[in-house]
Write a protein that binds this ligand. Structure first.
Ligand code: SAM
Length: 661
């Protein structure tokens, strides 16, 4: 964590990095959040407060510029975590917390961990700790309306005070150095977001509530934050000038888009949310043109392989393989079912089926994702039962260790990493190897390809669930690598002339090197495609406000949720301020150099997956990006509607009509 999230983002102070490495953060988080202890994020603690994000602690402590033997005052003990980090560096730490329960717990924890140089007090920290003053350094872990006079007075000459100042959405991290009796030097270190400082020289209770209590820094933090764009009105005007408005997207406009796409044999179509109708309809329009006029041979979506395989047979008018007494798989039934089980996707599926039937072509529909470990395992067994019953028994044995964890694969990962059960890695990898080796022996190439892909899903998913336990970055990378490799094997399977259009979230298709993902060491499908294929075309889609179909939490019910208007410091706001309701924006056009230059200043961009949390939008849904490096083209809809989910009976694939061919 320290290497990836703290050093990689620019913190250099060896003592701060060393202290962060030795303090066990898991001892300061609530037991139920233990497994998230080494994620670089703030986490909720008692009294509706937070334990600080490690990166933020590092930035603040580095800004204190501590030298040997100093005495430090901390205001806002919280869990005691940052006091413990400080105690590794300073000679003596005094820390004040206004909530008695937090102060008591922190005192107990720090004592149990053997920190003898920390004293905890329950009081109003805005008044400082006059009996222990003066201090060499003071750090305040909550945002006040201004610098408390008492704290400035308790700073010795040469001493440093680091503290966030401002209200909910507009806070700056300030460092003050005391130069003389009444002289202080003030420096602004960048935008931050903290819980409020409540007290005599802070806010009064209830007045300064932030609506985003768990956010501390805008994603990326002050070290990589965007300089606040100086000329947003000018940039919005440039966007308006370069935009190609979409009224009713017509053939001429699609022609121009196809010209821009040129000979790319992989086209990646993104979406800022997983639940927006306009994004899916636009993807369908572009996809149809690519199939009709550029001979594209497959659509690959961010869905599980076995689910999409059912749709694939449906659109290619093929009978499902013999079921042998097992119920046929009904696609898109697992959470979040609305992501693909919706009117908009259904229309594309029906169009593909009719197109394939009319033309005799066999345009495919494939799933790139890997959340189907169990379905994929049973698909491998089902296939082998038909073609090679002896190997089917081997497969059953190899996959059997996964079976008890069917309803909670993440728990399998946890148990395997903790050494509480024997990992299935060897068996699932051997199964994939065996299936690939048997490629020529087992008849029907299509069914063999399908089974090998399912075996690949099981092997990659098994690694993914183990990685999830210790590293969010590693598991993200494994998943995007899996989706990329699936795309690559689909292209190889379809032959030299194959062209594939990919439907995934902007976060997967927009080049990761142009976003803060790269700082964390993450890659994605878009980046891997650019590296491997060169001639790819990436289109992102975004919106300002409207309705999105999403859930408030994982496995929670689907809702149609109102989308908050985009933040003032975001790309979305610039597009909104252009005044053009819907448009295509070609980001590579030579005539758009001036716009590209302006847009190359990093800004916030919004991403909503299947979960939308409007109340913590900044922390949960915004990230730093450089838009023109992320996408080749942007599709904009100022106002959007949620996808229209289908109930079980409305999904045609679940009750296929007679085959048309
Ligand atoms: N650094 C802490 C950690 O690592 O767990 C987290 C600090 S949390 C972001 C801010 C803390 O400041 C909260 O626990 C809050 O109760 C406390 N706080 C707010 N106003 C305060 C005040 N006037 N005096 C002391 N503590 C205050």
């Amino acid at each position: 964590m320290v290497e990836r999230h703290v050093r990689a983002r620019g913190v250099r102070d060896a003592r701060v990095l060393g202290a962060l490495s030795v303090v066990p953060r898991e001892a300061f988080v609530p037991p139920e959040l233990m497994e998230l202890a080494y994620d670089d994020s703030p986490l909720p603690i008692e009294e509706d407060q937070t334990i600080s994000q490690p990166y933020v602690v590092a930035v603040m402590l580095e800004a204190l510029e501590l030298v040997d033997g100093e005495t430090v005052l901390e205001v806002g003990t919280g869990s005691g975590y940052s006091a413990a980090v400080l105690a590794q560096i300073a000679k003596q730490v005094f820390t004040i917390e206004r909530h008695a329960r937090l102060a008591d717990h922190a005192r107990t924890r720090l004592a149990a961990l053997g920190f003898a140089n920390v004293e905890v007090r329950c009081a109003d920290g805005t008044l400082g700790w006059s009996e222990r003053a003066p201090f060499d350094a003071i750090v305040v872990a909550a945002a006040g309306p201004d610098l408390p006079r008492a704290l400035l007075a308790q700073l010795r000459r040469g001493g440093r005070l680091v503290m966030p100042v401002g209200t909910g959405r507009a806070q700056e991290l300030i460092r003050v150095t005391r130069i003389g009796e009444t002289e202080y030097r003030r420096q602004d270190l960048g935008a931050v977001r903290f819980v409020p400082l409540i007290g005599a020289e802070g806010y009064s209770e209830g007045v300064a509530r932030t609506d985003e209590p768990h956010a501390e820094l805008p994603p990326g933090g002050p070290l990589v934050r965007a300089a606040s764009p100086s000329r947003p009105a000018l940039v919005a005007k440039l966007v308006a000038e370069c935009a190609e408005p979409i009224a009713h997207i017509d053939d001429a406009q699609l022609d121009r888009l196809l010209d821009r796409i040129g000979d790319a044999h992989v086209v990646l179509l993104g979406a800022q949310t997983h639940g927006t109708s306009e994004f899916n309809r636009m993807r369908a329009r572009i996809t149809q043109q690519l199939i009709l006029r550029r001979g594209f041979s497959a659509v690959a979506i961010e869905a599980d392989w076995p689910d999409a395989a059912v749709v694939d047979r449906y659109v290619r008018n093929q009978a499902p393989p013999a079921a042998r007494g097992r119920p046929a798989l009904i696609p898109f039934t697992r959470f979040p079912s609305w992501m693909w089980r919706n009117e908009e996707t259904q229309e594309l599926i029906e169009w593909l089926r009719a197109y394939n039937a009319e033309t005799g072509r066999s345009v495919r529909f494939a799933g790139l994702d890997m959340y189907s470990m169990y379905t994929s395992a049973s698909e491998v067994v089902r296939y082998l039962e038909r073609v090679d019953p002896a190997t089917a028994s081997v497969a059953r044995a190899r996959y059997s260790r996964l079976a008890p964890w069917q309803h909670d694969p993440a728990a399998y990962g946890r148990a395997a990493v903790a050494g509480k059960l024997q990992s299935s890695e060897e068996g699932v990898v051997a199964m994939l190897r065996d299936l690939l080796a048997k490629r020529l022996d087992l008849g029907d190439a299509e069914l063999q390809f399908d089974a090998a892909q399912n075996a690949r899903v099981v092997a990659d998913a098994e690694r993914y669930y183990r990685a999830m336990y210790y590293s969010a970055v590693e598991s993200w990378n494994l998943r995007d690598r899996h989706m990329f490799e699936t795309l690559r094997s689909l292209l190889a399977h379809l032959g030299d002339q194959a062209r594939v259009v990919v439907w995934e979230h902007n976060a997967h298709v927009g080049d990761a090197t142009a976003t803060e993902m790269a700082v964390r060491g993450e890659h994605n499908v878009g980046r891997l495609c650019r590296e491997a294929f060169g001639d790819v075309y990436i289109i992102g889609q975004a919106t300002h406000h409207g309705v999105v179909t999403a859930a408030h939490g994982w496995e929670e019910p689907m809702q149609r949720m109102r989308l908050r208007p985009a933040r003032a410091d975001s790309y979305e706001r610039l597009c909104h301020d252009s005044g053009v309701h819907a448009f295509l924006l070609h980001l590579r056009h030579p005539a758009h150099d001036a716009l590209r230059g302006e847009l190359s200043e990093p800004r916030l961009e919004r991403a909503i997956g299947v979960v939308y949390r409007p109340e913590s939008e900044l922390a949960s849904h915004y990230f730093q990006a450089v838009l023109p490096d992320q996408f080749d083209e942007l599709v904009w809809f100022d106002e959007t509607d949620g996808v229209h989910a289908l109930a079980d009976g409305e999904l045609a694939i679940a009750r296929p009509p007679p085959l048309t061919k």
